[in-house]
Design a protein around this ligand. Structure first.
Ligand code: GLU
Length: 466
């Protein structure tokens, strides 16, 4: 049997961590079995679907290198097919029109809640055999069996049994004549010969309802995998809102797609203590036995750890290429890319992502150093320090060949000549030329800032405070 999987997002929000994980697992299952992976956009909820979300899904998947074999198919282009099936079901009596008003449904619901009955539609329009009421709006409901149970074997959670008495007569077509998600999804799964459905556990209640419809249509039932929830630190489900967990947000913040996909992969699946998985590794190791049943917590520290691993281990040339847009976005002008590799190497060890590298090396490219009041009072206005700056200025000015070693030797000589500690000379110098207390080796920083800029910065301080 050829395995055919699909990712079927509703474009009502940006592609987020949870969606990307579902896509990844479905993609992996097809790739491990030489099957096919289909992308289907479930956009029948016209009010909530939007183009921004569609673009985010397509771009996000491409960035993560989750490629699809067929699609993207849009359900909004397939309405004729769904309506045809609904028409047939109405004729056969496996679906019926429901004319009940919102008020009646509300009253029914309240009555059921007060009397401790599980709220569900009471099949009023079916029993009363109401066929056609002219000019009155209606929805179409599936006529769910009243007796027996629905069984299915969730490949992650085991056997699940639901009594049909628990299930509602699902609305399969809305008042506006647009079929609903639950229905379109089944028809497409059937038409596309989907064999394995991987989706979030929030859909587990839809599955028995969908199976009943599939059975009614005489279809083969696919295998189902309901993957665990991803929770935030607060123990609540990761929110789709505010774009916080959107894939694009992580890209914007300088996470590598290799790292993000690795982290997402491990959010619901595990293999021994192995943490680092390239896409190739994932295809090699992935099997359906290793899904984690319990919810996972989204942990930014772990993602940072993985991202640090990747940025420190992939070819620096690639990082150099990838980091350029991040400089641009922050309006940092790197005219000369000659030293960029060196700069990246110097800052990468202490950075979680590309944005942090750019932020931490910003002062190399920017002569406007901002110093706070306390530093000015405590360090810069000290007479000895100002004298020291003048000495350093004059000596560095005389360097003919600008090299790390020449800078280092001069600083050392000054230190020895005036019986100073390395700290006494490097600390004030570091602060005035970078505005920071902590930086990588100061000789290196001076070298990278370059002679002209170094002298300019030091001269500014001397002119202002001496
Ligand atoms: N369209 C549904 C969603 O975005 C997924 C449906 C499915 O995978 O069956 O949540």
């Amino acid at each position: 049997m050829k395995i055919i999987t699909r990712f079927a997002p509703s474009p009502t929000g940006l592609l987020h961590i949870g969606g990307a994980r579902t896509a990844l697992y479905s993609w992996l299952l097809s790739r491990c079995n030489k099957g096919k992976f289909i992308l289907r956009i479930e956009d029948t909820d016209i009010k909530r679907s939007n183009i921004k979300s569609i673009n985010s899904i397509l771009e996000g998947l491409k960035w993560l290198k989750i490629n699809w074999d067929k699609g993207p198919f849009f359900q909004s282009n397939n309405l004729y097919r769904y309506k045809k099936v609904i028409y047939k079901m109405l004729k056969q009596g496996s679906a019926y029109k429901c004319y009940c008003s919102k008020e009646r449904l509300k009253k029914l619901r309240n009555y059921q809640i007060i009397n401790n009955i599980k709220p569900r539609y009471d099949k009023f329009c079916l029993y009363k055999n109401i066929k056609n009421i002219k000019n009155k709006k209606y929805v179409v409901r599936f006529c769910n069996p009243e007796k027996g149970n629905v069984f299915f074997n969730d490949e992650i959670r085991g056997l699940i049994k639901v009594n049909n008495k628990e299930l509602d007569d699902l609305i399969i077509c809305r008042e506006n004549n647009i079929p609903t998600y639950n229905f379109c999804s089944i028809i497409d799964d059937l038409d596309m010969n989907i064999t394995h459905i991987i989706r979030g556990v929030e859909h587990i209640n839809n599955t028995p309802r969908q199976i009943n419809i599939l059975k009614q249509l005489g279809a083969k039932i696919p295998k189902y995998f309901h993957v665990s929830l991803i929770l935030g630190n607060d123990g609540k489900k990761l929110s789709k809102r505010y774009n916080i967990n959107s894939i694009n947000e992580y890209k914007k913040n300088g996470y590598l797609s290799e790292a993000l996909i690795n982290y997402i992969f491990k959010l619901g699946w595990s293999y021994k203590n192995k943490e680092i998985f390239t896409l190739k590794d994932m295809i090699k190791y992935f099997n359906i036995k290793n899904f984690i049943k319990s919810s996972s917590i989204f942990d930014i520290k772990k993602l940072n750890w993985i991202n640090r691993y990747y940025i420190n281990n992939i070819d620096i040339k690639k990082i150099k290429f990838k980091i350029l847009p991040y400089f641009k976005k922050k309006n940092i002008n790197i005219n000369n890319k000659k030293n960029l590799k060196k700069i990246i190497k110097l800052f990468i060890k202490h950075s979680n992502n590309l944005n942090e590298i750019v932020d931490s090396c910003n002062y190399i490219y920017n002569n406007n150093i901002i110093l706070n009041y306390k530093i000015i009072e405590k360090i810069i206005k000290k007479k000895n320090n100002l004298k020291l700056f003048i000495i350093i200025y004059n000596k560095i000015k005389k360097i003919n060949f600008w090299s790390y070693n020449n800078i280092k030797n001069i600083i050392k000589k000054i230190k020895n000549e005036f019986y100073l500690n390395m700290y006494d000379i490097c600390m004030p110098l570091r602060i005035v030329i970078t505005g920071k207390i902590n930086t990588p080796d100061i000789n290196n920083i001076i070298y990278l800032i370059k002679k002209k800029n170094f002298l300019y910065r030091l001269n500014n301080i001397i002119n202002l405070f001496y």
